[in-house]
Design a binder for this molecule. Structure first.
Ligand SMILES: [Zn+2]
Length: 424
């Protein structure tokens, strides 16, 4: 059956089309046309509706669904864009990715899909080596066979898919560990990294690494040669140590400002390099809690639409009521939008749709530039372009509809609309 999606505008990851009409068949984009020049005509024409605006008023809904030979979803006033890609997320919906079961990733994936995220890097936290290896083995099987996630618990709802793994630990700084458990931090170790990568079936795509640790540059060079992107972070590094990691292959920075040596005008440190090296991508958690809006603006001026990447760093409490939850192997208390462990922030309860809307509100960035930070840029940084971060003929129809302020109106995975879901 053919599904058609129309809206005021489409930003497909490269350019924009006004009044688009996207045809979807078998879950993939079959064609993209302008509504005035090709099939189908305005789905509202000749059906007795006065105008899209009157429909909104009458039904209090933003989507108009018209059933005929197929289904037409009309999002008047909205911009369609590729589904989001989150390169830093630990969990949601009461589950942590390190559980690495179809049920856990099914619950996480259904919730994320309802908030516009189509794919993500399952992000580990520092844990005992054996626990990490077990999690990586479990995650690898689910990345290879995503049908097991979709079918978990007999559900066949669309899910966000883990398409790789981000190793956040154990090669991090004690001084800037944040909530990462000190007792399991380790010095960079190439043999251990190889064990992690093998356990993960080669699916580790990103690794956070503190540049000042002994052997960090060697590990960065080795990881890069094996196809793993290196992100500097959880670090007290000097500017010189950070430059050495970049020379050894590091391409990004993990949650800029958080768990990083602060700026100093005589020793710029890691943050001075992250903000001024135009080749480096950089993540930001954008909630007004991890960084105040003025610092979000500073980051935006420094990194811009080509190098900024917005992330959630969400943990299992995302989409859940306040209470106590697990992050990897340790407990986190969540109250009023803050996730805390041992007195420090421990991830977030964010979703990428809220991160995007926060970012537009704090910076006034043009919507299409802001959209790059949750689609094109994470895909380019990880080298995972493929079907991710774009709307293109032949690619899976994973789309969002957002309003002019970046607020999510609708999410669609494989051409199927995903109902808004609270995980609880
Ligand atoms: Zn994290």
């Amino acid at each position: 059956m053919r599904t058609v999606v129309t809206a005021a505008r489409l930003w497909d990851g490269r350019g924009a089309v006004d009044e688009p009409s996207i045809a979807i068949e078998d879950g993939r984009v079959a064609g993209i046309a302008r509504r005035d020049s090709a099939e189908p005509p305005d789905p509202l024409a000749g059906r007795g509706f006065q105008s899209p605006a009157s429909i909104l008023a009458q039904h209090g809904a933003l989507a108009v669904v018209i059933e005929g030979d197929g289904k037409t979803f009309h999002y008047p006033g909205a911009t369609l864009a590729p589904a989001f890609f989150d390169v830093h997320i630990h969990g949601a919906a009461g589950h942590d990715v390190m559980e690495a079961t179809p049920e856990a990733l099914g619950a996480i994936g259904r919730f994320l899909a309802s908030r516009g995220t189509g794919s993500y890097l399952a992000t580990t936290v520092t844990a005992p080596v054996d626990a990490t290896l077990r999690a990586l083995e479990g995650l690898a099987k689910l990345i290879d066979y995503p049908q097991r996630i979709e079918g978990a618990n007999g559900s066949h709802q669309p899910v966000a898919r883990p398409i790789g793994i981000h190793l956040e630990g154990p090669f991090l700084s004690h001084a800037k560990r944040g909530a990462q458990p000190a007792e399991h931090l380790l010095a960079p170790n190439i043999a251990l990294f190889d064990r992690f990568l093998d356990a993960a079936g080669g699916h580790v795509r990103l690794m956070t690494l503190a540049p000042e640790l002994p052997g960090a540059a060697e590990l960065a060079r080795h990881a890069t040669a094996r196809g793993v992107r290196v992100s500097v972070g959880h670090s007290d590094a000097t500017a010189e140590e950070t430059r050495a990691a970049i020379a050894a292959g590091a391409v990004s920075a993990t949650h800029t400002f958080n768990a990083m040596r602060a700026l100093d005008h005589r020793e710029p440190g890691i943050l001075g390099i992250v903000l001024t090296d135009d080749s480096l991508y950089a993540e930001l958690i954008c909630d007004g809690i991890h960084s105040k809006p003025e610092m979000v603006k500073l980051w935006w001026r420094a990194k811009g639409p080509e190098r900024g990447i917005l992330v959630t760093d969400a943990m299992s409490a995302a989409g859940m009521p306040d209470g106590e939850y697990m992050l990897g192997g340790f407990a986190v208390q969540v109250a009023n939008g803050r996730a805390m462990a041992r007195g420090v922030l421990a991830g977030s309860v964010l979703t990428l749709d809220r991160v995007l809307a926060n970012f537009v509100a704090y910076t006034g960035a043009p919507l299409e530039e802001a959209l790059r930070l949750v689609t094109v840029n994470p895909a380019a940084m990880t080298g995972m372009g493929g079907d991710v971060g774009k709307v293109a003929v032949g690619a899976p129809a994973n789309l969002v509809a957002v309003d002019a302020n970046g607020k999510l109106i609708a999410s669609m995975m494989s051409g199927r609309p995903v109902p808004s879901l609270s995980a609880a």
